[in-house]
Design a binder for this molecule. Sequence first.
Ligand SMILES: [Zn+2]
Length: 92
Amino acid sequence: MSYRPKITNVTKASSNDKEGLYEFIIKTADGTQCRAFYSRNPEWKMTNISRLLKTPCPVCRKDFICKCMDAYTAEFEDQMIGDQWIEKAIAE
Ligand SMILES: [Zn+2]
């Protein structure tokens, strides 16, 4: 599969600072939006990602729930850390 997500915006949807749990909404260049859950202790780790059902899946084209984004967890994680999206989102 040649799909490669490109994060264009990340916003914090909710957080529990005491527990180190965060929920982010990730937008990608193709218009896909995903909800990602993170745990920050001992280090930032994505615990779950799911596509929001606003647009069809860019991989399988379904407009209902699918698990495609699970395959791109590493890709999302690389960008979330490498491009400082988490830092920017929690600074807001
Ligand atoms: Zn899909």
